[in-house]
Write a protein that binds this ligand. Structure first.
Ligand SMILES: O=P(O)(O)OC[C@H]1O[C@](O)(COP(=O)(O)O)[C@@H](O)[C@@H]1O
Ligand SMILES: [Mg+2]
Ligand SMILES: [Mg+2]
Length: 349
């Protein structure tokens, strides 16, 4: 695309996307709608407790999580915005079944209106995640969502952190924008995000260690052994508990994010949902030069059979993701020396 100068307003960027590829016109309109809703949600979050108790609990959502006030507000704002966009159906974390908006419209949107709900009310980053697919017309409203992540035309997330950022991909690299609060619009900050291939940072909820799959245990144990283990480098660990914020860090400076399957009841396929968390993140990560797997398969090849289906997510810098895949395949990482030689004080020079 011609002009991708830093500072370009989102509207101008989306106009260029539409001009370059007419097939993305409708998807660009959906991104514009999500961005509008995100500006409103950002204002609500920015007022914090001055606007009421955003963490007040209510009903349970489809996944059994207790909904907080902000989950409901975000769901209402995004669905209202999507009604004005070319959207046939919506699969939202906060609605049990598929929502039918305009059956003759060309697109189906999967959305997590508010990601990182456990961080609501404590002034930590939360987000909105979305993936946009072609709608498959017909009576089966779930059909559009029973396709692999490779069918996504666009995907992205908004992170409501110290700055409100929109990270988006139309399959032509991953771009990031920041909300210019004075002008009330998102402006381009990175025309082509690039995840470093190698990194020394991992993100996982370590309180679940005893429940993890053996390959994940082995991977993390070797990270902890640092220069005294087969990886031969020291790692740092970060876990915010808001996927969007953890993924934004990985997209920005590299690292690996893991939410694996584990042996807790209901967690055999992890915690994150294929359609509105895992697949959008995988597209963003791949478009930024990284990799995303469930341990065995490429995330973007997964097909969800239900709209709230879960999948393990291991994504980020290619070297780290490949390393985890090696453990899943029954191997050991090759960091230039055998695990035996990696033991300090054993045979290590
Ligand atoms: O509390 P845990 O098990 O560490 O899970 C944290 C994960 O759950 C999530 O909050 C799930 O998303 P929701 O808040 O949208 O349900 C992710 O953002 C986060 O990475
Ligand atoms: Mg979420
Ligand atoms: Mg959510």
């Amino acid at each position: 695309m011609a002009d991708l100068a830093v500072g370009t307003p989102l509207d101008s960027y989306l106009a260029q996307v539409m001009q370059a590829d007419a097939g993305l016109r409708d998807a660009a309109a959906v991104v514009a709608a999500v961005a509008e809703a995100a500006i409103e949600i950002s204002a609500v979050i920015g007022r914090g407790a001055l606007g009421g108790d955003l963490a007040a609990t209510g009903d349970q959502n489809s996944d059994g999580d207790v909904q907080k006030a902000l989950d409901v507000i975000a769901h209402e704002r995004v669905t209202a915005a999507l009604r004005g966009a070319p959207v046939a159906t919506v699969a939202s974390e906060e609605a049990e079944g598929v929502m039918v908006l305009n059956p003759s419209a060309p697109l189906a949107v999967a959305i997590d209106p508010l990601d990182g709900s456990s961080n609501i009310g404590v002034n930590m980053a939360v987000g909105t995640v979305f993936g946009i697919r072609p709608a498959i017309p017909g009576d089966d409203v779930e059909a559009s969502f029973r396709t692999p992540g490779t069918t996504q035309l666009a995907a992205g997330f908004v992170s409501y952190g110290p700055a409100t950022a929109l990270i988006v991909t139309f399959g032509q690299g991953t771009q990031s924008f920041v909300l210019d609060r004075e002008q009330g619009q998102f402006r381009l900050t990175s025309p082509a995000m690039k995840i470093p291939a190698a990194a020394k940072e991992y993100a996982i909820n370590a309180s679940n260690t005893r429940f993890w799959d053996p390959p994940v245990k082995a991977f993390v144990e070797d990270c902890l052994r640092g220069t005294e283990g087969p990886r031969d480098k020291d790692f740092n660990m970060r876990w915010l508990g808001s996927m969007v914020a953890d993924i934004q860090r990985v997209l920005t400076r590299g690292g690996v994010f893991l939410y694996p399957g584990d042996s807790r009841k209901g967690y055999a396929r992890g915690r994150l949902r294929v359609l509105y968390e895992v697949a959008p993140v995988a597209m963003l990560i791949e478009q930024a030069g990284g990799a995303a797997t469930d341990g065995q398969a490429r995330i973007l090849d997964l097909v969800a059979t239900g709209i709230h289906e879960r999948a393990p997510l291991i994504c980020g810098s290619t070297e780290e993701v490949d390393c985890v895949s090696t453990y899943y395949a029954g191997g050991k990482p090759d960091a230039g020396r055998s695990p035996l030689f990696g033991q300090r004080g054993l045979i290590r020079p």
